[in-house]
Design a protein around this ligand. Structure first.
Ligand code: NDP
Ligand code: GDR
Length: 351
């Protein structure tokens, strides 16, 4: 009898959790996700794959828990008995991490340790090997030490979020070396999609653009437009997470496109789609600046290409366009016969 492939995800309700769940379900996995109790539903991104657990053959299961609650994490691990764990849960907003540093570090840093401790005990007690993926970030590189950034570039984190991710990275390495844990760090550069959280800059731009075209918004307020990011497509990136856990040996990998673009360039491509000039709509608001900024990120994915056979499939321009199209569609503005929707001159009140 073949063993059931059973994955446990933290952060299943997030952008990456939703794409990874789809990917794993397509490959025959039973998928278990940890969700937080909230007063309104927070499962929008996975509602389309949710199955009633009472129905025979259901392969997606949700469990209430939190990275700040170690007891519950242990209980879920014991109940699920996963073969693979993907630790995607995080307070993942860099700007917000300056406002809520303790909470961010507790979730991102100590939360990872809590999960690793649970895995370590579970593995030692049962002898069952669990493969562990840690969602590391290019934010760990922070202040530029070298470009392009590789697995050996030194970290210089520039936010509470990034400091916590550096801790999570090294504690994952330490548990791999100390307890023979199959644990991998993905060092993922920014990856976006129509499911990207609405307050990250890419989605903030494409969503605002669609609202401007629909006449629901007049201005878009942004912070630093000169920062440069290596932006890829989230669907490509979750595949890399899975590939890391299918290798013979655990290791750490940079996942990136190898290209970098400024926020200005993102605005150029996005607004060009609807024949508008972004300079007519974008205003500066200092509240979106960070006390310490990460100015330039560009990753070198050579190791992932060589060892995992992984490559990005979507270009920068394609990524911007697919996000713009999705937000226009969400506003009921579907381009017909290749023509772009016309801007509604009747602007509603600014929200
Ligand atoms: P999102 O912000 O979209 O999702 C974060 C997820 O974490 C949500 O499911 C959220 O739940 C959950 N979460 C938040 N706090 C807790 C907590 N205390 N306990 C348990 N779960 C919690 O992030 P992404 O999907 O974009 O990113 C996934 C991971 O990858 C994160 O760890 C992020 O830091 C990291 N990363 C992301 C990159 C990117 O460009 N997207 C690049 C590099 C790393 P809820 O829905 O209830 O809020
Ligand atoms: P980042 O993503 O900080 O790179 O972290 P974000 O989209 O928030 O910022 C990218 C750059 O855009 C600048 N910026 C603004 N950012 C936001 N959010 N809102 C604005 O109005 C705005 N104006 C300019 C920022 O200053 C920054 O330079 C993301 C998250 O997903 C992390 O969890 C992940 O680890 C990293 O990517 C890789």
């Amino acid at each position: 009898m073949t063993q059931v492939k059973r994955a446990l995800l933290t952060g299943i309700t997030g952008q990456d959790g939703s794409y990874l769940s789809e990917f794993l379900l397509e490959r025959g996995y039973e998928v278990h996700g940890i969700i937080r109790r909230t007063s309104t539903f927070n499962t929008d991104r996975i509602d389309h794959i949710y199955e009633d657990p009472h129905v025979e053959g259901a392969r997606l299961f949700l469990h209430y828990g939190d990275l700040n609650d170690g007891t519950t994490l242990r209980r879920i691990l014991e109940a699920v008995q996963p073969t693979e764990i993907y630790n995607l849960g995080a307070q993942s907003h860099v700007r917000v991490s300056f406002d809520a540093p303790e909470y961010t570090v507790d979730t991102v840093g100590t939360g990872t340790l809590r999960l690793l401790e649970a895995v370590r005990d579970y593995q030692q007690r049962t002898g069952i090997q669990v493969r562990f993926y840690q969602a590391g970030s290019s934010e760990m590189f922070g202040l530029v030490q070298a470009v392009p950034q590789t697995e050996t570039t030194p970290f210089y984190p520039r936010s509470p979020y990034a400091c916590a991710k550096v801790f999570a990275h090294w504690i994952t390495v330490n548990y791999r070396e100390s307890y023979d844990l199959f644990a991998c760090n993905g060092i993922l550069f920014n990856h976006e999609s129509p499911r990207r959280g609405e307050t990250f800059v890419t989605r903030k731009i494409t969503r605002a653009l669609a609202r401007i075209v629909a006449g629901q918004q007049k201005k878009l307020y942004l912070g630093n437009l000169d920062a440069k990011r290596d932006w890829g497509y989230a669907k490509d990136y979750v595949q890399a997470m899975w590939l890391m856990l299918q290798q013979e040996k655990p290791d750490d990998y940079v996942i990136a496109t190898g290209e970098t673009h400024s926020i200005r360039e993102f605005l150029d491509v996005a607004f060009r789609y609807v024949n508008l000039d972004w300079q007519d709509y974008v205003e500066f608001d200092e509240r979106y600046l960070r006390p310490t900024e990460v100015e330039l990120l560009i990753g070198d994915p050579a190791k992932a290409k060589q060892a995992l056979g992984w490559e990005p499939s979507v270009t920068f321009e394609q990524l911007v366009n697919l996000m713009v199209e999705a937000d226009l569609k969400a506003q009921g503005l579907v381009p017909l016969n290749g023509s772009v929707p016309q801007i509604n001159q009747e602007f509603a009140t600014v929200r």
